[in-house]
Design a protein around this ligand. Structure first.
Ligand code: NCD
Length: 329
C-alpha cells in the first residue's frame, strides 16, 4: 500500500491490518503521555481545499502523536483553476520536502491525480474527495463497529454477517461509498435507505441492497448498526434543492427519531460521521442515547489515522522500525 485513496483498493487482509494497528495505537492513547516517537523528523502536510473540523484536527492530532511535524494548508477561496492550482501546490510541497500529503478536495479524483501524476513522491492520503471517497472515515467506522459489535478482542476479525443500515443523503456522500466498499470487503451486509432523489445513478451496481423505506428497513433487516448521513445542503442549490419537499417531511420519513430508535434491535448502535443536523437526519434522543457511538467514532478516528500514517510512512521503509514502538517519546 503506497497511498490511501479509496477503500475499494483495500484487500480484506490490508483492511484488517489497518484496524489491528489502530487497536495498538488506541492502547497508547489512554496513557497520560500520548506521544510516540515513530515518525520523528518526518513532515505531514494537511492540504484542505474544503471545510473540515474533525477530519483535519484528527489527522493533525494523529501525526503529532507520532512525533511528525505538521503543516496545515487551508486552500479555501483559491481562485486558480483546480488542475493548475493542485499541480502548483503539489510541486511546492515536494520542493519543501513533504513526507506525506493528506488532501481533502471538492473534486472527486483530486487525490488520485495528486498520487498518480508524478508531481510528488510522498504517499497521498485521501481525506475526502467530492462525493467519491473518504477512506479513513470508513475505517474508523469499521473500527468502532468491530469494537462495539464484536466486543472483547476484535484483533484479526472482520465483520462477517453483521448488518448495517446506512440512511440519508447517499447521493452526496463519500462516507456512504467508502463504507459500502469497506463493509463489503469485511463481509458485512449493507442496506442503503434514501429517497429516490438522494440515490446516485448506478447505485444498484454497488455491493449492497437499496430501499426507500426506513421503517421497513429497521423492522425487516434488523440492523446491528444504523449509520445516519448528513443532509449535505451545501451541495444542493437551495435549502432542500428540490431533493425533498421540506425538512419536516425529510425528518418524518428518514430522520432517526425516538420511535425508530426503540424499533431497533436492542444491541444496535447508532452512528453518524458528523457534523450532525440535529432534528433533521437525527434527533437529539438518538444522537445522545447510550447506543450512540458518535463520540467514540471521533476518538477511534485518531487511532485509525495514526495507524494509516504509520503504515504508509514507517511500514514501507525497512530503515524505520516496523513494529510499533510503544515507548513514550
Ligand atoms: C463527512 C465528510 O466531510 O465527508 N464528515 C466527516 O469527515 N466527519 C460527512 C459530512 O460532511 O457529512
Amino acid at each position: 500500500m503506497r497511498h490511501l485513496l479509496s477503500t475499494a483498493d483495500l484487500s480484506r487482509a490490508e483492511a484488517i491490518g489497518i484496524l489491528d494497528t489502530a487497536e495498538t495505537m488506541a492502547q497508547t492513547q489512554s496513557r497520560q503521555i500520548k506521544k510516540l516517537p515513530a515518525l520523528r523528523g518526518l513532515t505531514v502536510v494537511n492540504l484542505f481545499f474544503e471545510d473540515s473540523t474533525r477530519t483535519r484536527i484528527s489527522f493533525e492530532a494523529a501525526a503529532k502523536r507520532l512525533s511528525a511535524d505538521v503543516i496545515n494548508f487551508s486552500a479555501k477561496g483559491s481562485s486558480v483553476s483546480k488542475g493548475e492550482s493542485l499541480k502548483d501546490t503539489a510541486m511546492t510541497l515536494q520542493a519543501m520536502g513533504a513526507d506525506a500529503v493528506v488532501i481533502r478536495h471538492g473534486a472527486s479524483g483530486a487525490p488520485h491525480r495528486l498520487a498518480r501524476a508524478g508531481w510528488i513522491d510522498a504517499p497521498v492520503l485521501n481525506a475526502g474527495d467530492g462525493a467519491h471517497q473518504h477512506p479513513t472515515q470508513a475505517l474508523l467506522d469499521a473500527f468502532t463497529m468491530r469494537r462495539r459489535l464484536l466486543g472483547g478482542q476484535p484483533r484479526g476479525a472482520d465483520l462477517a454477517g453483521r448488518r448495517v443500515v446506512i440512511v440519508g443523503d447517499v447521493l452526496h456522500s463519500r462516507v456512504a461509498r467508502s463504507n459500502v466498499d469497506l463493509l463489503h470487503t469485511l463481509g458485512a451486509q449493507v442496506l442503503l435507505v434514501a429517497p429516490p432523489t438522494l440515490l446516485p445513478v448506478g447505485v444498484r451496481a454497488w455491493p449492497c441492497q437499496v430501499t426507500f423505506d426506513l421503517d421497513a428497513a429497521i423492522a425487516d433487516f434488523e440492523p446491528d448498526a444504523i449509520m445516519t448521513l448528513r443532509v449535505q445542503r451545501e451541495r444542493m442549490s437551495s435549502a432542500g434543492g428540490g431533493f425533498f419537499p421540506s425538512p419536516m417531511e425529510y425528518a418524518r420519513r428518514y430522520g432517526l427519531d425516538a420511535t425508530r430508535v426503540n424499533a431497533l434491535p436492542e444491541h444496535a448502535i447508532i452512528m453518524h460521521p458528523g457534523p450532525m443536523n440535529r432534528g433533521l437526519e437525527i434527533s437529539a434522543a438518538a444522537a445522545d442515547s447510550p447506543r450512540s457511538t458518535i463520540v467514540e467514532q471521533v476518538t477511534g478516528g485518531v487511532a485509525v489515522r495514526m495507524a494509516v500514517l504509520y503504515l504508509l510512512l514507517a511500514g514501507a521503509d525497512p530503515s524505520v522500525q516496523t513494529e510499533v514502538s510503544l515507548e513514550e517519546s
